[in-house]
Design a protein around this ligand. Structure first.
Ligand code: GLU
Length: 510
């Protein structure tokens, strides 16, 4: 128990409030991460609310994609439309009755008014204001007029909206956990209820954050200019405002805002498709606005887990300057995380990509899984993205006569390649294939004896430098110019398939 009454120190409740308007935006994950890090550190709650009041931009499957991608990243919410919670419903479209009394109250108190101006009139008004370099904003034609009075004037529309009557003395400053004292421009008479009866974001966000007991609103910096309106609504309703934190927006390398139209990396599903590890992406998103951790010798530590990030979390450390979304850095991190995985774990992470790309069947046999485990060991250090495994693994799972030889690999073949292949077949023929699969064995069909036999025959016997000696063999076995280590690959493939592939290319060159 503390001396303070519980109500002055409520348990922090944070939320992320994406709008289901298409593929989930990477910004949704970034916001979720910072909200969740603070919520977890404080022993508070993290809520997922779906802000689906923009019916024109609503997309049916988008909500499920938000759930799936955030879960994939491990950014799990405590309350939300799918898991329920004490403040359900968590979809704004299911809360329409909640907003009405708030609007009625403001209308009754003269703090809000109906506006019947048609969209054409509003557009015209804005054009005139812009041309004459006046500040743009609603000219209050409808304010103080009854419906009938207004109907006499031009630009009338039957279905009104409701606007806030922003007072002269509106408070334009507020405290931000990241930015300190912030000054925002004077707001326009904001629409809070649309003609279709749906609230706008501005009303719904205040009502819902209040009704859901939210204590901290962590959102993008594009909402800074709206905060005075939101604080005003809190004041009008006699409510204690939330604490604000406006996160810096993610930017492209040219400093423009990351948009799904221009940058595929703005879509969360893109990271899944490419084969980024969720833990690498989380680490990367944290680093975008948060400094590296400090190592034992004072050095920067850029690789950290969500738990480490959350326990260190401090709003004062968040950098308010728009971070550049540098995919090179993410690729580096992804490689670090891939190499740190246990080989078995990596193999299970690769499997869905290999299945997607048709390299492995939907229900692989134990033998196929064992082979994948061995191949994974060979390629673990050769990948930055999980999707890159497809090209590296495919040669181990295709029939010998279906192996495709890439053009750049074929282009490397020389006049003596046929002879090299023939010598390799002769050299490998006598190797016993009984050693295959016997761990630690250094005789039989193992990488070391394979290498010894090939070196003796081709490098020593024919006097060909290793670089040229093994190129044709690599091409025959993997079909690629660059492949996992050759002798280990031959070991995994087995003796008969190796000889069959060497023979096939030799015959093609004949
Ligand atoms: N629906 C808003 C958005 O997607 C939420 C902003 C907020 O967190 O308040 O940007």
């Amino acid at each position: 128990m503390t001396d303070q009454p519980a109500s002055t120190h409520p348990t922090p409740r944070l939320r992320v409030a994406p709008s289901p308007t298409g593929d989930p935006h990477v910004g949704t994950a970034y916001m979720s991460l910072f909200n969740l890090a603070f919520a977890r550190q404080q022993g508070g709650s993290f809520v997922l609310r779906i802000e689906d009041t923009d019916r024109a931009r609503f997309r049916e499957d988008s909500e499920q994609q938000v759930f799936d991608t955030l879960r994939w990243l491990g950014l799990q919410w405590d309350e939300g439309p799918d898991v329920g919670g004490p403040y359900a419903p968590y979809r704004q479209s299911e809360r329409l009755d909640t907003y009405r009394p708030y609007v009625e109250r403001l209308l009754a108190e003269g703090k809000a008014y109906h506006c019947w101006c048609s969209t054409e009139r509003l557009a015209q008004m804005r054009e005139v204001q812009q041309k004459s370099k006046q500040p743009t904003g609603y000219d209050r034609l409808c304010h103080g007029r009854t419906r009938d009075e207004r109907a006499q004037l031009p630009g009338f529309s039957e279905t009104p909206v409701v606007r806030m009557l922003i007072p002269e003395d509106v408070e334009l400053q507020f405290d931000d956990l990241i930015r300190g004292r912030v000054s925002a421009p004077r707001p326009d008479d904001q629409v809070i209820l649309k003609a279709d009866g749906f609230p706008t974001y501005h009303l719904a966000v205040v009502v819902d954050d209040h009704e859901m007991g939210i204590t901290h609103v962590v959102r993008g910096e594009e909402w800074i200019s709206s905060t005075p309106k939101h604080n005003l609504l809190y004041r009008w309703f006699g409510l204690e405002p939330v604490r604000w934190a406006h996160m810096p927006l993610l930017r492209n390398t040219d400093k423009s805002k990351i948009s799904k139209r221009k940058n595929p990396a703005a879509r969360l599903t893109w990271f899944q498709e490419q084969g980024y590890l969720p833990e690498a992406l989380v680490n990367f998103l944290a680093l975008l606005a948060y400094p590296p951790a400090v190592g034992p010798d004072g050095e920067d530590v850029e690789v950290f887990t969500f738990e480490e990030f959350s326990s260190d979390f401090d709003w004062k450390k968040v950098n308010p300057v728009g971070p550049i979304f540098d995919l090179k850095k993410l690729e580096w991190l992804n490689g670090v995380y891939i190499r740190a995985l246990e080989t078995g774990q990596l193999a299970s992470r690769l499997l869905p990509y290999l299945q997607r790309d048709g390299v492995m069947p939907a229900s692989p046999s134990l033998g196929e899984l064992a082979r994948l485990g061995k191949v994974t060991e060979l390629i673990q250090t050769r990948m930055v993205l999980l999707s890159e495994a497809t090209a590296l693994v495919r040669p181990f799972f295709v029939a010998d006569d279906e192996l495709e030889i890439a053009d750049d690999a074929r282009a490397q073949l020389k006049d003596d390649s046929r002879e090299v292949l023939a010598a390799a077949i002769d050299a490998l023929g006598p190797l016993d294939d009984a050693g295959q699969g016997v761990l630690g064995s250094d005789s039989g069909w193992r990488a070391a004896p394979i290498e010894a036999a090939l070196r003796a025959a081709i490098v020593d016997g024919m006097g060909i430098k290793p670089k040229f000696a093994f190129g044709p063999l690599r091409t025959a076995v993997s079909g690629q110019r660059i492949s996992p280590p050759l002798f280990e690959s031959m070991e995994i493939l087995g003796k008969a398939p190796t000889l069959s592939r060497l023979g096939r290319l030799r015959d093609q060159l004949g």
